[in-house]
Design a protein around this ligand. Structure first.
Ligand code: EPU
Length: 418
């Protein structure tokens, strides 16, 4: 068990370099096993989810070799099993991408159902609806989800809900389907586009990723490819918000500034100076922060995965801010922990009302999930005195070298292993 210990109120200054995107990595690793060939995936973040997923695909017969810590060579020529057991994937929700990938390649897949999580149930009915439309029979028994098809045939699929997971999973299953598959009301997130770009590099024919209509023309073969994953929009946003809360001056490098538009606009509204270059953003927060209202939306709207971090920021802004969570049914559990640091927040169902206070004060807190953990780190950086964050395992699932990166910016943060 690790804890993070932060002595707050140090102004962050300097340069931080953003890693590859977690949510692209967890889709692209399963995508690689669709080809009966070798793929080289570069710019992978060094995080728990990547390790777990690479071990899970090894268990079904792929061979995985890290050329260096950010580059994984996946040889999928010897995959024999289409069965991913609960033990190998229980820790990651994105294990559901193994379903689409195995169904696409072998026309059958049996994968343990992803569990619930700390911010509510995570249904996969839209994934199943997509697989069934392509001709698969899908059943759930003994905690395993089974999909099987004699052949897959392209279909028109209109998603009832804009779902990142369903959009990517249907793309994975449809690359070899006969004819054309059309996904309408598709998710437009950068990692949807990244996965489509990778599949296209392997020989798939996918058009329209990044819009709400994606067309997949089935092909007969995919070949190996070498691909570099996009930068992590949410990690970048976490450092931008940290710069704001510490009244700092931080250059966030290795990013795609366009992906940050919704956050940059909010930070400007809150009185920060946000400057953009080709692959960096500089956040300077000299003045008093003013409040703002935020509604989480699918891309290009404000990302739900930056909602907890923004709540931390609004806790010390001048005035009252309102956050409306529209993507997840229950993503405010962490607020009880923020309150332990002195935040003044009321929650009513999907709305949080945040009255800015002058100072947060350090306390012992516990991360309830990945982004909740990031929010507590951000709050701890601004708080007077010492903050101790438990359950760092959640943070490690999605942030590479979080304490090292913050230390480079001048934070007083260390990890203690019990
Ligand atoms: N939904 C359904 N049925 C489905 C699928 C989704 O009702 O079949 C609902 C969900 O309950 C939710 C909404 O649709 O209310 C959106 O869910 P989506 O499928 O888009 O989420 P996801 O693919 O499971 C990904 C990210 C999450 C991020 C969401 C929303 C990955 C591995 N995870 O999850 O990231 O919050 O999209 O942008 O890509 C994180 O990184 O901390 C994280 C939780």
């Amino acid at each position: 068990m690790s804890r993070l210990i932060i002595n707050g109120q140090k102004r962050l200054e300097g340069h931080v370099y953003i890693s590859g995107a977690k949510n692209a990595a967890v889709a692209i690793i399963p995508a690689a096993i669709i080809s009966n060939d070798i793929c080289v995936i570069e710019n992978l973040p060094v995080i728990e989810d990547v390790i777990i997923l690479s071990k899970a695909i090894e268990k079904i017969g792929a061979s995985c070799e890290f050329r260096d810590e950010h580059t994984l060579i996946i040889d999928s020529r010897n995959i024999k099993s289409c069965y991913a057991a609960y033990d190998s994937i229980k820790k990651i929700r994105a294990s559901y991408y193994l379903l689409g990938a195995l169904l696409g390649r072998f026309k059958k897949a049996e994968v343990a159902l992803p569990g619930g999580c700390n911010f509510g149930v995570r249904p996969i009915d839209q994934h199943i609806k997509g697989f069934e439309a392509l001709g698969a029979k899908v059943t759930v028994e003994h905690g395993m989800i089974k999909a099987i098809a004699s052949k897959l045939v392209g279909a028109n699929i209109f998603l009832d809900i804009v779902s990142v997971g369903a959009t990517i999973n249907i793309m994975l299953a449809a690359v070899f389907a006969e004819g054309t598959t059309i996904i309408e009301n598709a998710a437009k997130e950068p990692h949807v586009v990244d996965t489509a770009n990778f599949l296209n590099m392997m020989g798939a024919k996918i058009k329209g990723a990044g819009t709400d209509v994606i067309r997949i023309l089935g092909v007969e073969n995919l070949h190996g490819a070498q691909y570099s994953i996009i930068p992590d929009q949410i990690e970048a946003g976490t450092y931008m918000i940290s710069a704001a809360i510490t009244h700092g001056d931080v250059m966030v490098h290795n990013i795609i500034p366009k992906h940050m538009d919704s956050l940059s606009a909010k930070l400007r509204e809150m009185n920060c100076n946000v400057e953009e270059g080709d692959d960096f953003i500089r956040v300077i927060a000299k003045d008093k922060l003013s409040s703002s209202n935020i509604k989480t939306m699918t891309y290009p709207g404000f990302p739900t995965d930056l909602q907890p971090q923004m709540t931390a920021l609004l806790s010390v802004a001048n005035g009252t801010g309102v956050i409306t969570e529209t993507v997840w049914e229950n993503r405010f559990q962490y607020i009880a922990e923020l309150k332990r640091l002195g935040a003044n927040i009321k929650v009513d169902n999907k709305i949080a009302i945040i009255n800015g206070t002058k100072n947060l004060t350090g306390a012992q807190v516990c991360a309830t999930d990945l982004r909740a953990g990031a929010a507590l780190v951000i709050a701890g950086l601004a708080a007077q005195g010492q903050t101790e964050i438990d359950n760092v395992k959640y943070i490690d699932r999605g942030y590479e070298q979080i304490e090292e990166k913050f230390r480079m910016l001048g934070a007083d943060i260390k990890r203690v292993d019990d």
